[in-house]
Design a protein around this ligand. Structure first.
Ligand SMILES: NC(=O)C1=CN([C@@H]2O[C@H](COP(=O)(O)OP(=O)(O)OC[C@H]3O[C@@H](n4cnc5c(N)ncnc54)[C@H](O)[C@@H]3O)[C@@H](O)[C@H]2O)[C@H](O)CC1
Ligand SMILES: [K+]
Length: 503
């Protein structure tokens, strides 16, 4: 699913109107109907005692007016407050005239900000994608009043004051802190960034049949990898007569004294990820552990007891993963360097392999094309630079993957997969329960399994692994709850998660 800019979103509206031979007013009515559908599904069981619709002067306000009418017709108690302006959008004017006369409609004045009771539900239809400058004056006062009141807010399209796809030009200007945001057609980039979570709240996208042709042709680096209604990336069925070579033989280098658990988790995920064969290279102290916990895997113990010091001979493998629990011993750094210099097969680098790269950045020039790196934000900062702004971090991600021709999985909520051509794919699955030790090791094992799979290209394999990892987390959390989720639960749910991604 593509993510478009505010400008492209306006063009998309125009294209929809032209291609479908409808008026802009009819498209606004569709948007309002979609909002009503969401509203009824969410609130039918606990109807708000009071719904206050705040309308700005543009089409976002027009959506609000149309929704106020529909809510009134559906029997909800509704009040409307209008933000005064020099000029109003034509469809706003039209919907204002369509409001039933019995509805309470008043123009906002500085001295009479609306009274907000705890059980009021506010609909924020002040500004949408047409926001052209930070909020000021009466609009800013109203938004501060709203945020201070602590009432529930449903933002129409975007929380007012928030730009859809760019950082806030004035960090001091207020932005609506919505409880819910209901948007149209496609998600907005702003929804996916941690720095905006407190404004966006729980977000949803409602279909309003926007032009599929325009969306297909639109150029954008941003994508959202959805699981439903059908997965954006799919795993081919296993063939009845396929040999295990099709699924590849993977080599995993992982573990050091006290961190052999990382090797256990990553190897479990690799096996559950459908790899044909798995060999795990561990320090001597990990031999019995791997042989006992993962009898399906072969094990190569290192001569050193506590860390990995020798790169195994590589000719039998279709993919190699390195990093979980590896430690940062100089001998292990040398193994990493030798791997980067000699490997002829896909590589997956995680955890301490990334920390070693960060410490020895000259090694970045050795990365073979399509190598997959799986840093969290801290590890990514060590590879690039520390930044506070999420938009800036996304730019660094695109620069890094294009410069090094690699794939970076930037882990977090909405994990971003950056491709060598600069495209970025945000993941839709997963939950906060996955912020727990070992979760990343599981992802590494799963990426490794799918990189060894001879049927998949590098980007598809990586996106599939990220989608399945998050889905496994969602399936697991349904049993354990988020707090009770541990990384081993993810491994156990990889099978069903991959099954849901089957073509
Ligand atoms: N496909 C869709 O997404 C649809 C979207 N719709 C809705 O339309 C808005 C976008 O409407 P637009 O008229 O372009 O912009 P806004 O309503 O967001 O605001 C424009 C309005 O406000 C003035 N303005 C801008 N910034 C400020 C400011 N900081 N202070 C004061 N005034 C400001 C500007 O000059 C204009 O007058 C979209 O979000 C959807 O909600 C359609 O209804 C249908 C389909
Ligand atoms: K809004």
């Amino acid at each position: 699913m593509k993510i478009l800019t505010a400008t492209q979103t306006h063009q998309l509206d125009e294209a929809t109107i032209q291609q479908q031979h409808i008026t802009s007013l009819a498209l606004m009515e569709r948007a309002a109907q979609a909002l009503l559908r969401w509203f009824e599904a969410r609130f039918h069981a606990d109807k708000p005692a009071d719904t206050l619709v705040l309308c700005g002067p543009g089409n976002n306000g027009g959506d609000g007016l149309a929704l106020a009418r529909l809510l009134h017709e559906a029997g909800y108690p509704v009040r409307v407050v209008l933000l005064p302006a020099d000029k109003y959008a034509p469809d706003y004017e039209h919907n204002l005239h369509l409001l039933p006369k019995v509805l309470s409609v008043r123009k906002l004045a500085a001295k009479s900000l609306p009274i907000l009771d705890a059980d009021t539900l506010v609909i924020d239809a002040l500004f949408g994608t047409g926001l052209s400058r930070p909020l000021s004056g009466l609009a800013a006062d109203l938004v501060c009043h709203l945020n201070d009141s602590g009432v529930r807010v449903l933002a129409v399209d975007v929380p007012s004051g928030l730009l859809a796809n760019a950082p806030q030009p004035d960090p001091k200007a207020p932005v609506v802190q919505a409880t819910y945001t209901v948007s149209f057609g496609l998600p907005k980039l702003a929804f996916l960034l941690p720095q905006n979570a407190r404004y966006v709240g729980e977000w949803h996208v409602e279909d309003i049949q926007l032009s599929a042709k325009f969306i297909a042709e639109a150029a954008t680096p941003w994508h959202f990898t959805a699981l439903a209604p059908s997965p954006d990336v799919q795993l081919p069925q296993r063939r009845q007569f396929a040999y295990k070579n099709v699924y590849g033989h993977a080599l995993l280098l992982a573990g050091s004294r006290g961190k052999v658990g990382a090797a256990v988790l990553a190897s479990g995920a690799c096996l559950r990820g459908g790899v044909g064969l798995l060999t795990v290279a561990v320090p001597g102290c990990g031999y019995d552990i791997i042989q006992t916990t993962r009898p399906e895997a072969m094990c190569l113990p290192d001569a050193e007891a506590d860390f990995i010091s020798v790169l195994p001979e590589l000719t039998s493998y279709q993919a190699v993963g390195i990093g979980p629990g590896l430690g940062q011993h100089e001998a292990s750094r040398a193994v990493l360097e030798q791997l980067l210099r000699t490997a002829q097969v896909p590589l997956v680098l995680d955890a301490d392999a990334l920390n070693l790269l960060g410490e020895h950045r000259e090694l970045l020039d050795l990365l073979p094309p399509d190598t997959v790196l799986t840093p969290h934000v801290g590890e990514f900062a060590r590879l690039t630079e520390k930044v506070d702004d999420d938009y800036r971090r996304l730019q660094l991600l695109r620069d890094f993957t294009q410069k090094h021709k690699c794939i970076v999985v930037l882990k977090g909520a909405y994990t971003a997969v950056g491709a060598p051509n600069g495209q970025v794919y945000f993941n839709s699955t997963g939950n906060p329960g996955m912020a727990t030790g070992g979760s990343g090791d599981v992802l590494t094992g799963l990426v490794l399994a799918l990189r060894a799979d001879q049927r998949l290209d590098a980007l598809t394999a990586t996106r599939l692994a990220v989608l399945a990892h998050g889905h496994a987390g969602d399936l697991a959390a349904a049993h354990t709850g988020q707090a009770g989720l541990v990384a081993g639960d993810l491994v156990r749910h990889i099978g069903p998660a991959l099954q849901a991604l089957m073509r």
